[in-house]
Design a protein around this ligand. Structure first.
Ligand code: B12
Ligand code: SF4
Length: 500
């Protein structure tokens, strides 16, 4: 059967310079798997290309189409694509992390025939085979559909697959691989690729415990390195950002990775996300020696009752030493915190500010708590009447998620959050990274500027211009918030600490 998998474009309302396209890894993996099983699957990226749907249809004549949804930012385009193909009586299947958490709303409005829940490869294969053989696709596990009486039915879950059955992803399915490369920190030609899926964490704000069931699975290193080698040798890939939730948890896993890299004589710059408590100083040094130049740690809350709300279970005694070890080794490190947890008080925010300032910080990411569907805290804020959950696609689209402060959650005034967040951002803008001359000379400000300029390669000019405008506005607001509210800074004990 012929299938077409879409990477939908962003809602113009949500456009900023960051709204770029990464490799559509989910669609690539499904397409690779299906093609190896005798189907003909292609990918259409609507972020990078604006070919009209009529012409796409004429070119491919698909039997079925798939649309991926990883956030609310692409809902309008999902509707446009789905409506177009449904008028041609072509079944529409929507999937991906976000779609998996809101099947009732998408199906309730008749915007898809099937939603795949969770990992897509095997479910897609079963669906395509069923359609091809004239069987009822509603017998397939791992999907949601709308029954004749209007009920939304979820079929039994499809078990996780053995990732070694996937094989290396076929990047030749994309017409212009280089269009997906971006600058990252002070490095060029970076792409997101993944070696493992899922994580063992059970954080209350995250949908991952629902999606990956607190399980972490690793692909064969050889498959991953085949992909890197192909991209390095044929397309000039220089830098890899591991899209894994939790990179390299055990020493043996890390050593196996380094050994296989060495055996291929393959060297590239990389960065990853991992957990406090996993890495000792010698491990960080070993990562650095094998090309790693940045590590991301999710801390999210200071020790105490916010940490309990987040259910993060961090070994807090290891936070400062781990960050110091990164600094000593010369590794760039980024730590993240969440503001606006349910019932957060001004004292809590003071504690968070004090805690952050007690750490040897490098880059800092601060998000506002967003109620992600199918997370523990989502259920809590809905139960407590603090959040009126969106019930329509229009309402979902308007829920700006992590960029929005939901005032009903906490006792801290919105302005205080904005000012404190801006102060930390401002501090990052003018601070230097650890590392060699190259990393040190690249401040966050310089890197952001470079990213904006480079995006002109991958965006249409009017999109890019709007992104530049958004960034300029964001910078002006950040700088004014950081400089013009000394009383709020004092209230939370914030003082600037620029890193030299
Ligand atoms: C790389 C990445 C990005 C990249 C590129 C993503 C892309 N494809 O365009 C960039 C940086 C652009 C990005 C942006 C954003 N991201 Co992001 N991103 C990731 C990351 C790290 C990896 C995703 C990935 O490629 N995984 C590997 C593939 C193989 O897995 P997969 O995508 O889950 O695909 C499988 C299934 O979902 C399913 N599937 C996927 N697509 C499809 C399509 C069809 C038709 C079907 C049937 C099934 C299906 O089958 C696939 C194969 O098993 C994940 C975290 C993670 N580790 O998963 C976050 C993640 C997906 N991002 C997230 C978010 C919130 C965002 C942003 C909203 C952030 C922001 N505020 O700007 C934006 C939204 C962008 C958008 N297009 O809507 C969340 C989504 C949460 C949720 N409930 O859905 C995640 C899970 C991070 C997190 N833990 O919170 N992201
Ligand atoms: S926040 Fe990170 S560590 Fe926690 S469950 Fe989600 S992916 Fe895992």
């Amino acid at each position: 059967m012929r299938a077409l998998l879409f990477h939908p474009n962003y809602d113009p309302k949500s456009l900023s310079y960051q709204r770029m396209s990464g490799f559509p890894l989910g669609q690539l993996s499904i397409a690779t798997y299906l093609n190896r099983h005798g189907h003909q699957v292609s990918i259409v990226d609507r972020i990078l290309y604006s070919e009209p749907l009529d012409s796409v249809y004429e070119r491919y004549h698909p039997d079925v189409i798939g649309i991926s949804l990883i956030s609310n930012m692409t809902i309008p385009d999902m509707i446009v694509i789905g409506d177009y193909f449904r008028t041609k009586n072509i079944p529409v299947i929507v999937g991906g992390t976000y779609a998996s958490t809101v099947p009732e709303i998408i199906l309730g409005e008749g915007k898809a025939d099937y939603i795949t829940i969770g990992e897509g490869e095997q479910v897609w294969l079963n669906l395509m085979n069923a359609m091809e053989n004239g069987e009822d696709p509603r017998q397939v596990n791992g999907i949601a559909y709308r029954a004749e009486n209007g009920d939304i039915v979820l079929t039994p879950e499809e078990p996780f697959m053995d990732l070694s059955l996937l094989g290396p992803t076929d990047f030749t399915l994309l017409p212009d691989i280089k269009a997906y490369f971006q600058p990252c920190y002070c490095y060029e030609n970076m792409a997101y690729l993944y070696l493992s899926k899922g994580c063992t964490g059970n954080c209350a704000f995250c949908f991952n415990p629902y999606f990956h069931k607190c399980k972490r699975r690793v692909r064969p290193v050889a498959d991953f390195l085949d992909e890197v080698e192909y991209l390095v040798k044929n397309h000039g890939l220089e830098t890899v950002y591991f899209a894994d939730e939790l990179w390299g948890v055990t020493k043996s896993e890390r050593e196996d990775f380094y050994r296989q890299m060495r055996e291929r004589n393959l060297s590239f710059i990389w960065g990853c996300q991992t957990r406090i408590g996993v890495l000792k100083k010698e491990d960080i040094q070993e990562m650095y020696d094998n090309g790693c130049r940045w590590v991301f740690f999710g801390i999210e809350a200071p020790p105490g009752h916010l940490a309990k709300i987040a259910n993060k279970h961090l070994p807090y005694d290891l936070v400062a030493p781990t960050l110091q070890n990164c600094r000593d080794v010369g590794m760039i490190y980024n730590i993240s915190f969440i503001f606006n947890f349910p019932h957060e008080t001004e004292q809590d925010l003071r504690d968070t500010v004090q805690y952050i300032q007690s750490l040897p910080t490098n880059l800092l990411s601060i998000h506002y708590f967003a109620p992600f569907e199918k997370s523990v805290l989502y259920d809590q804020v809905v139960r407590e009447g603090l959040y009126d959950p969106p019930k329509t696609l229009e309402a979902l689209r308007d829920g700006a998620l992590i960029e929005k402060i939901y005032s009903s959650f906490s006792e801290v005034p919105d302005r205080d959050y904005r000012v404190i967040r801006s102060c930390f951002l401002f501090q990052d803008l003018f601070s230097r990274n650890p590392g060699t001359k190259k990393e040190k000379s690249s401040s966050f400000a310089l890197e952001s500027l470079k990213t904006i300029l480079m995006n002109i390669r991958t965006m249409q000019f009017n999109q890019w211009l709007r992104g530049v405008f958004y960034s300029a506005k964001f910078t002006v607001i950040t700088v004014s918030n950081a400089l013009f509210f000394p009383r709020i800074r004092k209230k939370y004990g914030f003082h600037f600490q620029f890193r030299k």
